[in-house]
Design a protein around this ligand. Structure first.
Ligand code: FAD
Length: 461
């Protein structure tokens, strides 16, 4: 592509800013990033309280976050945050050690079985499901691996593997089919509690492309990255380093694609481009949720875009930042496995104590409000349930300092995944001088979205 091509990027989160970085690295400097809010980072939001930044959005990474590492190198920063530590409680608020055989004598047979299933699972992922872990979903529904290896070199890999079609199954079914149902006890911690939905509804592809075997072991062993100034700082640094920082407070009211050009009406002015990269939500449902609107609402969406994007659903993930009285401050972060089942929708699944040395700091709480076959729990109701749960946990909140419920982890369900949703969308890349990137195209975490932007630039520019 001509290096002078004029590129508009919608969204100043990890995907949009990374797209700018990778374009620049490849010699494309004629880009503009439009961000609708007054800050960059999107769901990496790290506000300050008493001189320290706490996390309302993304918290952590793992050593295989190669794209995030590219950003760190580009900006001269590193993952210098507090070490994560955690413990477990049951829904009655008692501290438990669910994986410690000595504390769970009656459960020893199950724990042993789980251990052997984890080993078996690791083996079948590397053999039967070889290629399962590449970023993005191209070819999966057709039984092909088509992506870039999750290694520092990130080589292009393409080969047939009909077994990959199983990744369209709900993760629960996938585990059962492979005789490894007990591994869900391990995978659920960094999955459901992190807002990515329930294993009976979410296709295995999403679970395993994020929580590939190695990444899951990093979670188990708490081999994790955090950033002292918060994850938002990564993207603030990138924004400052780019040749063209994101244009904040950009209100896009119209996108028109005609005659090989893209016309964007932003803050009342029409701007002309050759290509468009959309990293912001493509579709947000019936519009009654009031959280955000999607590309198909403000763009001249074509019939194929509308038909495909209307299949996207997303999670409503709710975060509150609370203070406590000193005597009620948790000594560590806690996971509540009992609350990670759909029957306990809306309850507190995890709460995070970020600053070990400082009890006059925020505790953040996490809960989900949706399951595809259940009535959504309202934001207000969910927040109340979580505050009640904190009392049960013996860590009652004193004040609520911050809260939000985010448009989280856009995805499609089994039927659409299996019928090739991703290959249909991938075939539309550049069809209307438009490229689709961001969470839906890979997975809802910082690295997969940034990596998808890297690959998009690699493949098309
Ligand atoms: C509570 C929580 C915990 C998380 N924990 C982790 C974690 O520990 N590790 C991890 O890797 N990830 C985590 N994530 C996920 C991670 O933050 C996201 O996956 C990542 O930020 C996605 O990047 P993105 O650029 O695709 O989207 P976003 O971050 O959502 O950014 C999209 C941007 O587009 C902007 N935008 C939207 N509409 C428009 C429009 N019409 N015009 C212009 N701009 C628009 C938005 O304002 C936003 O800035 C977490 C997220 C949350 C909310």
């Amino acid at each position: 592509m001509d290096k002078n091509v004029r590129v508009a990027i919608i969204g100043g989160g990890p995907a949009g800013l990374s797209a700018g970085m990778y374009l620049e690295k490849k010699g494309y400097e004629n880009y503009v990033i439009y961000e609708k809010s007054d800050r960059v980072g999107g769901k990496c939001w790290s506000p300050t309280y008493k001189g320290k930044r706490y996390e309302m959005g993304a918290i952590m990474g793992v050593p295989s976050y190669y794209a995030v590492h590219d950003v760190e190198e580009f900006c001269g920063i590193t993952h210098d945050g507090p070490k994560l530590n955690r413990n477990y409680k049951n829904s009655a608020g008692d501290v438990i050690e669910p994986f410690e055989p000595k504390k769970n004598i009656a459960k020893i047979p199950r724990l042993l079985k789980m251990k052997s299933q984890v080993k078996k699972f690791g083996e079948i992922l590397e053999t039967k499901y070889r290629g399962y872990d590449v970023n993005g979903h191209r070819g999966v529904a057709e039984g092909r691996c088509d992506g870039y290896a999750v290694t520092p070199g990130r080589e292009r890999v393409q080969f047939p593997n009909p077994n990959l079609k199983d990744l369209a199954l709900p993760f629960k079914t996938f585990c059962e089919k492979n005789g490894c149902e007990l591994i869900q006890d391990i995978w659920i911690g960094p999955y459901t509690s992190f807002g990515y939905g329930y294993f009976d509804e979410i296709p295995a592809a999403y679970v395993l492309k994020y929580l590939d075997f190695q990444t899951t072991m990093n979670f188990v062993n708490v081999n994790l990255w955090t950033w002292k100034n918060g994850t938002q700082y990564i993207w603030e640094c990138l924004d400052a380093k780019l040749k063209h920082s994101a244009k904040l407070n950009s209100n896009i009211t119209k996108v028109e694609r005609k005659d090989g050009k893209v016309f964007i009406t932003v803050n009342g002015e029409v701007e002309e481009f050759d290509k468009l990269i959309v990293t912001a939500p493509l579709y947000c449902g019936d519009g009654n949720r009031g959280e955000t609107n999607g590309f198909i609402d403000y763009a001249d969406a074509r019939e194929d875009e509308k038909a495909l994007f209307s299949k996207i659903d997303y999670e409503r993930y709710t975060v509150q930042a609370v203070t406590t009285k000193p005597e009620n401050h948790p000594e560590i972060s806690y996971y509540v496995f009992d609350n990670m089942v759909k029957e306990r929708l809306g309850h507190l699944m995890v709460y995070y104590r970020r600053w070990k040395e400082d009890i006059d700091q925020m505790i953040t709480t996490y809960a989900l409000r949706t399951h595809k076959n259940m009535k959504e729990i309202s934001y207000e109701e969910c927040n109340k349930m979580v505050l009640d749960d904190l009392k049960t946990m013996h860590n009652p909140a004193e004040t609520v300092e911050n809260a939000w419920s985010v448009y989280y982890f856009p995805h499609v369900y089994t039927e659409d995944y299996a019928s090739g949703w991703y290959d249909k969308v991938e075939a539309m890349q550049d069809k209307y001088d438009t490229f689709y990137a961001g969470e839906i195209m890979s997975f809802g975490d910082m690295d997969e979205t940034a990596e998808y932007s890297r690959e998009l630039v690699e493949r098309f520019f």
